[in-house]
Design a protein around this ligand. Sequence first.
Ligand code: ADP
Length: 506
Amino acid sequence: MSKSYVLSIDQGTTSTRAILFDEAGRPCGSASAPLTQIFPAPGQVEHDANEIWQSVLQVCRGVLCETGAASIAAIGITNQRETTVVWERATGEPLANAIVWQDRRTAPLCAELEAEGWAGHIAEATGLVIDPYFSATKLAWLLTNVPGLAERAKRGEVCFGTIESFLMFKLTGGETHVTDATNAARTKMFDIRSGAWDARLLDRLCVPLEMLPDVRDCQSDFGMTAEEHFGVRLPIRGVAGDQQAAAYGQACFQPGMLKATYGTGGFVVANTGGDKVASTTRMLSTILYQQEGTRTYALEGTIFMAGATIQWLRDSLGLIANAGESETLAAEGHPNSGVYLVPAFQGLGAPFWDAHARAAIVGLSRASTKADIVAAGLEAVAFQTRDILTGMGHDMRRSGVGPTHALRVDGGMTANAWAMQRLADILGEPVEVAAVLETTALGAAYHAGQAVGFYGDNETLGAAWKRSKLFEPKMGETERDARYDGWLEAVDRVRSREAREGSSDV
Ligand code: ADP
């Protein structure tokens, strides 16, 4: 049988998906399974790593039942980043629930690191900020709080990994304990300049080097799946964290090219080329991909609430019956309502990094309607994107990267034409919606496929990229700037006293 497909595994926060891509990069079949969210206490989020593993087996077997495993040329994996797993080396059994990226339990340890003056070293070496978001403090928490774990880890009996690393260990029947550079870059223990684990941070956090995975290129030999899983052994050849995979699937191969994914949250990633850009606007610096030992870097900005704001308008306020209704309702809003919704429900991400800010709807008058509030919820995504692109643009110009290209977008919210038009209007730049909306899975498939001779080089992939829609800015500059000034004023009203005084707990 000819090897005609790449099997892409997309292990996300709320679900696990498997998608088959053919040699032209077209999705040809998919299966998905939801994932249980465990909330042990306020601010804590866990997953059962075994449930994740079983869901991967289930969706892969589901999607392979028609085509047969023998037609698979390679497997690609993309995953929720930062989520931290520890398991027993001898058996592959998880030794605790996985601590999910959203989990805030390590805020006190982060405050200690901040007070000890680690922010400078962390920014320089890892490109990140001190925040519970990343794996390092989650692993330190597990080593301190799971009885016996630290001693066993010192003896080499325990493996740490983010989700892709755990899955590869399981898929290969324990043959490989590996990760790729994009996932390593999100642990806050990896020096993205040298491509090595950071000895100073490991020492401070009491993490034994022996428990860390071997870091490889995104296109690499990550091992063969054990025969028992799919009947034949399949090579795992491509791996990237979800946002980096999405940027790869969006063919952002040139410095200055950028993409935004609007799902529950929003993630803006810009290719900055071969040099790590040190952000002065509190963006994250990270690895976009690593090929043949050469790293391509990125700047990343996170919007905590994108589609999640629409869910809140639906579920908590009942203003809409479904997400799609937000589009028709927003169009009925008053064009100059003056209403702003600042969705700081979990604080504000880049560039404000204000953990204590809380959400607000400001500018209400007796004439305000629910349509104005829904429009403001959608518009907030546009304003937050502009906040991020302003910061990134500044960092990139200062570092000689650029100019930035049109913004390529994907994710569930891009179905909303009103929101995408408003995004183009507030940015004053064109917005292009990708033709393949599963860009995250596609990026992992591109990595795995390229490793086995599918898809051609990046230039070929770049030329093959297609958009389904283009939104050109229509709003005049005066209106655009006036609206954005109103947003900045609204943000100013919700920012916490701690952040204003420069001591927010990040
Ligand atoms: P994730 O991968 O984070 O689960 P998806 O890419 O599947 O997210 O997108 C789902 C999100 O997109 C939800 O938060 C939902 O509220 C939002 N969404 C879906 N359709 C629309 C729409 N037409 N308008 C606005 N938001 C939408």
